[in-house]
Design a protein around this ligand. Structure first.
Ligand code: NBG
Length: 794
């Protein structure tokens, strides 16, 4: 074990030195930013050693590296991550305290690195953490967006998007590599060789990703776009000041912003360029590194495992073939084989609108050489398999099919999802390539999502079963024997209560709302989408409100409903749902009859750091998607791990969570994936469901009458009509079961002993949802990459 322990005095010395020498400040003038940066630099110094050590070991082992290509890495803050992995949290606290500073305040000053939209990006960040913890040599490759995911503000309850600016401040964790650059071409013609019309430079920035106990560190390499010519001096000298900066502006546009779409295809030329930009830079880098080790190009797949995180980097197939054929003289048929042996693809959604397709004209204009190669890939695929599945069809290039055909392995992200991938989106390709589709159920890193975000529970677990669970999460099972112990359960609930108090304070600070920490904290946090059914949740909230008003002296379990999440800026219905939630919250929270029993809060700008405060405080986790639509979910795992009970459908990883925590410790409701498909074929299913549900009918009438939109009664006409006419996500059909199940939750919450047992069992039985387990699965089943940590763990 090589836990880098550092004495608080030494750390303090280093902090002060960085304050002076790296930032040019003295203690009198230092701001919070200066202190945070100095602490970060002092800790970063300690990361360099394990980082170099890992690189040396990787070269010595001469084995295989994993390359994780992802358009998104939703990292959040890094300071605490580094501190805990170094075992330097206490030292940091102490060093700062002696300088009159509070550690928690300093770490909260760090802006979130929000280089992702949601689950897919956060999964990539968890995977980096696990790859380093497991000591598997790996690089994450992505884009260094200047602006991460937009900031969400509410104006009169409506979502307003504001550009995010995490790089306005120095990003302390990265190392710029001005010498690591590649040329990326676009457009032009192919006359024997590809002659691009336009070229930009991809420039590398490296962030070390440290694993648990500092035993290993991998690299996250993000690409920034730069112009080949910095400045057009000719234009400038002619007095054309704007024209002089145009080339630079155009080039930089490529890494300027993260597309704020979640599961819908952007359909923009810039997006295609972004995808090719980072994929090409990464592959050039991979091939260069491989070459520098002196291997024969024919053995590339023995040393290189490339994982495509969704279809965004699917251009990797043709690009790798292009590099092999055009630059290394490999014969085309062999190049296709080599590329396929290197590549694997993860599918993250079944929503048809999210499977990328590029207009053929746009594609041909932007990547003419790649189009030729794709035609060859397609011909090869058709002739080998006799398949009728085309990659180029209906005047478009289908990236899902391309990724599938060019990957030696395709995986889904939960057991149910992987089966549906086989039966639906890739049914034909599954027949053409039997066995190619496998499952790797998602996971989450226990370092961030339990150890760091939930100190009270962490301490209780450490006291009860020791500390080895942090990188061996199955050990949480040992807690099961304590669940019959009343003292343990009391401590478990005390930890939950401490987290709820912390959240109550946070809500007071952030949204100026006072909440009762004894109420049930019921939380739904995720992107706003029709299939995730925040709509159903708010409708049920109104039904519950009605019930309390009808019987104000009833014995109601007090509830705090919390919503969090952003909508894609162009997703009109999702934005209407946000507006409705905010309108409903205003009415309910000011109702003197119900106010002590029901409250709805929607803090704006949900992000990773907010999740870290919300999840440990949850009693109830809302995982209520239409069955068959949520590929996996990972928030569901974080909640269960932190001792929240789930109310959920049989969708995504909910199925596996329920199997593991036990069906008696999970509130199940709703149609199954199969029933959903059948129900849609029934005539007028939503009108029938509404007619049969007095609760729902009443709620919809209230909304339609403008009860929540005084002065603008027609505001939600569209949303209500949607349910009557095109309730594709079956809100109306699942409503009654959801409502009845929520009532069961209310009753269950009152039995404190039983509830605490159920909550503790959720924690004890969620160890399997560690992303360490997921990565071990990928390493064994897809990559064939062993850990390079010694048996002793160093
Ligand atoms: C999301 C799914 C989630 C899943 C994550 C990570 C996309 C395209 N998909 O259900 O919606 O948990 O991926 O696999 O963002």
């Amino acid at each position: 074990m090589t836990n880098t322990t550092i004495a608080p005095e030494d750390l303090q010395k280093s902090i002060l030195q960085h304050l002076e020498k790296s930032l040019g400040k003295d203690t009198q003038n230092a701001t919070l930013y200066d202190w945070r940066t100095s602490l970060s630099l002092a800790l970063r110094d300690l990361v360099v050693d394990p980082w170099f050590r890992s690189t040396r070991k990787t070269y010595e082992a001469a084995g295989k590296r994993v390359y994780y290509l992802s358009m998104e890495f939703l990292i959040g803050r890094l300071l605490e991550d580094v501190a805990i992995n170094l075992g330097a949290e206490d030292a940091s606290r102490k060093a700062l305290a002696d300088l009159g500073l509070e550690y928690d305040k300093v770490v909260r000053d760090e802006p979130d690195a929000a280089l992702g939209n949601g689950g897919l990006g956060r999964l990539a960040a968890c995977f980096l953490d696990s790859l380093s913890t497991l000591g598997i040599p790996a690089y994450g490759y992505g884009i260094r967006y200047e602006h991460g995911l937009f900031e969400q503000h509410f104006e009169d309850g409506r979502q307003i998007e504001v550009a995010e600016g995490w790089l306005a401040q120095r990003h302390t964790w990265e190392f710029e590599r001005p010498e690591v650059t590649y040329r990326i071409g676009f457009g032009g013609h192919v006359n024997g060789n590809w002659e691009p019309a336009e070229t930009v430079i991809a420039n590398a920035y490296d962030t070390p990703i440290l694993g648990w106990k500092g035993r290993w560190a991998n690299t996250l390499r993000l690409w920034s776009a730069k112009p080949t010519v910095l400045f057009d001096l000719g234009s400038f000298n002619r007095g054309d000041l704007v024209g002089a900066v145009v080339p630079e502006a155009l080039a930089r546009a490529i890494s300027r912003v993260l597309y704020p779409d979640d599961t819908t295809e952007a359909g923009k030329e810039l997006r295609l360029k972004q995808e090719y930009f980072f994929t090409s830079a990464s592959l050039q880098d991979i091939v260069r590194r491989f070459g520098s080790e002196g291997y024969d190009i024919d053995t590339l797949a023995d040393h290189v495992a490339i994982q495509l995180n969704d279809t965004h980097p699917a251009i990797a197939g043709p690009e790798l073939i292009r590099l092999l054929v055009d630059d290394h003289g490999v014969e085309m048929a062999r190049a296709i084989e080599i590329a396929r042996d290197c590549l694997a693809y993860t599918n993250h959604t079944l929503l048809p609108e999210a499977l990328e397709r590029w207009d053929l004209g746009l594609f041909a204009r932007t990547l003419p050489r790649h189009l030729q190669i794709i035609e060859t890939i397609e011909a090869d695929h058709l002739s080998r398999t006799g398949s009728h599945v085309r990659i180029i069809e209906d005047h478009s290039v289908k990236m899902g099919e391309l990724a599938f055909v060019m990957a030696h392995c395709v995986n889904g992200v939960s057991a149910l999802h992987s089966e549906l991938v086989k039966k639906t989106v890739f049914a034909d390709l599954n027949r053409d390539y039997p066995g190619r589709i496998i499952n790797q159920t998602n996971g989450v890193t226990p370092r961030r999502w339990l150890y760091n975000c939930n100190a009270p529970l962490r301490e209780l677990i450490n006291r009860t079963i020791g500390e080895n669970w942090v990188d061996d999460l199955d050990q949480l099972k040992k807690l099961e024997t304590h669940v019959s112990d009343a003292g343990f359960l009391e401590d478990f609930m005390a930890a939950k209560q401490a987290n709820k108090k912390r959240l109550a304070n946070w809500l007071g600070e952030q949204v100026g709302q006072t909440v009762d920490p004894a109420a049930m904290f019921d939380i739904q946090i995720k992107r706003i989408h029709e299939y995730k059914r925040q709509f159903m949740n708010i409708l049920e909230t109104i039904a519950h409100w009605n019930e309390i008003r009808d019987n104000p002296n009833g014995d109601w379990t007090p509830r705090l409903k919390i919503f969090g999440g952003k909508a894609a800026p162009g997703y009109f219905v999702a934005k209407e749902i946000i507006h409705l939630i905010n309108d409903v919250s205003r009415v309910i929270n000011t109702d003197p009859v119900t106010r002590d029993r029901l409250k709805v809060i929607y803090p704006p700008n949900y992000n990773v750091s907010m999740a870290e405060v919300l999840i440990p405080a949850a009693d109830l986790s809302e995982q209520i998607s239409t069955a068959g639509k949520e590929a996996s979910g990972t928030g569901n795992m974080k909640f269960a791990l932190n001792g929240a009970l789930t109310i959920g459908t049989l969708d995504g990883a909910n199925v596996e969570i329920r199997e593991r925590v036990g069906e008696e410790n999970f509130f199940l409701f709703g149609l199954t994936a199969e029933e959903v498909v059948n129900r849609r074929t029934q005539h007028d299913f939503s009108r029938t469901a509404i007619a049969n549900s007095p609760h729902l009918a009443r709620v919809l009438n209230q909304i339609a009458d403008g009860l929540f939109s005084a002065g603008d009664p027609g505001r939600y006409h569209g949303l209500v009509t949607l349910l009557y006419e095109h309730d594709y996500f079956l809100v109306t059909c699942d409503f009654d079961d959801y409502h009845a199940t929520q009532n069961k939750v209310d009753t269950a919450f009152v039995d404190r002993r039983r509830w605490s047992e159920m909550a503790a069992l959720n924690t004890a039985r969620s160890g399997w949802f560690s992303s360490d387990r997921t990565i071990e699965g990928y390493a064994k089943d897809i990559w064939n990459t062993p850990s390079l940590l010694d048996k002793s763990g160093s």
